[in-house]
Design a protein around this ligand. Structure first.
Ligand code: DOR
Ligand code: ZN
Length: 344
């Protein structure tokens, strides 16, 4: 049995770091594990311009511990009103790497998102022309649509159209949760890729209701049936460069998760690489983890590999059940769970 593994220092191509006092709580945890992270722009107000992203990046950098090398990669929030010119500014910038497409109403702080795909067609055309990446939250937003069907319907109704109308657009389908999304990405050209979270590799929708309701397993897109988890595990460990690491670690205060209407988001930044190791090990695919965590994402974004390495050891340990969070606390995905790999 393999007892340790050395990986290139990994990247997280989808993380929520929030803002203000929250940064000091979560940035050090991400920076400890990852050399770079693509930081989601769903703040209030959203990060819609390169200039706002520059300021946000400075605020993040102030929370990076001095002994760690960490580079925040910035994503801009796409709205109906995003000017076509902003695309060129992203293309010229050395820290902004993508636009994030939230269908309006799909998730946390998505009210300013896109209300109709057609409204952003001129911007998508410019992104295709400039080689700027589009990151997509892939769910339909009709509130009457069954929550478990929203991703598959978006693949059919929107992603197929974007891929057909912008055949060279670089697109990342974020946090895929279904067989349908995995098949769409696998069948597309090399310009279309996907991130996969640890929770979608480790849990299914029944996990949310095991012995009671487990709010710390609730995120959007929601966990799906076991057959979808199996499809995601297969995609992540397939060796295809189209699938790479993006945690979607999304901190919310404990009070907002353990509430009568709990917020969506799983927090994993404290043990992200260990959670992926757990998933890859479960299908005897530890030899595929380095590419998934440290190589494929960087290659897709046209970035060099990080300098440095991380070592994981097989060791049973229990992560803390709460983390400080700007005067409140965060309860992580791992609450009540032991992990069998540990970053040393
Ligand atoms: O569960 C989620 N939480 N999904 C998202 O898309 C957003 C995120 C957040 O910002 O909390
Ligand atoms: Zn997210």
């Amino acid at each position: 049995m393999q007892d340790s593994i050395i990986l290139g220092r990994p990247d997280d191509f989808h993380v929520h770091l929030r803002d203000g006092a929250a940064l000091a709580a979560v940035v050090p945890l991400t920076a400890r594990q990852f050399g770079r992270a693509l930081v989601m722009p769903n703040l209030k107000p959203p990060v819609t311009t390169v200039s706002m992203a520059a300021d946000y990046r400075e605020r993040i950098l102030r929370s990076v511990p001095t002994d760690l090398q960490f580079s925040p990669l910035m994503a801009l929030y796409l709205t109906d009103a995003t000017p076509v010119d902003e695309v060129a500014r992203v293309a010229e910038s050395d820290f902004a790497h993508a636009f994030k497409y939230y269908p309006a109403g799909a998730t946390t702080n998505s009210d300013s998102g896109v209300t109709a795909l057609a409204k952003v067609y001129p911007v998508l055309e410019a992104m295709q022309r400039h080689g700027v990446v589009l990151c997509v939250h892939g769910e339909v937003t009709d509130p009457t649509t069954d929550v478990f069907d929203r991703e598959a319907l978006f693949v059919e109704g929107s992603l197929q159209h974007i891929a057909r109308d912008f055949p060279a657009l670089k697109m990342v389908v974020e946090h895929i949760t279904t067989l349908e999304a995995a098949e769409f990405v696998a069948a597309s050209g090399a310009n279309i890729a996907a991130t996969i979270t640890p929770q979608h590799l480790l849990y299914n929708r029944t996990s949310i209701f095991t012995g009671g309701i487990r709010p710390h397993l609730y995120c959007l897109p929601i966990l799906k049936r076991e057959k979808h988890r199996q499809a995601l595990l297969q995609a992540a460990t397939s060796g295809s460069a189209k699938f790479f690491l993006g945690t979607d670690s999304a901190p919310h205060a404990k009070n907002n998760k353990e509430a009568c209407c709990g917020a969506a988001g799983c927090f994993t930044s404290h043990a992200a690489i260990e959670l992926y190791a757990e998933a890859f090990d479960s299908v005897a695919a530890m030899n595929k983890l380095d590419d998934f965590a440290s190589r494929f994402g960087a290659a897709f974004y046209g970035l060099p590999r990080n300098v440095g390495q991380v070592t994981l050891k097989r060791e049973s340990w229990t992560p803390p059940n709460e983390f400080a969070f700007a005067g409140e606390t965060i309860v992580p995905l791992t609450v009540g769970r032991n992990l069998s790999w540990r970053m040393v």
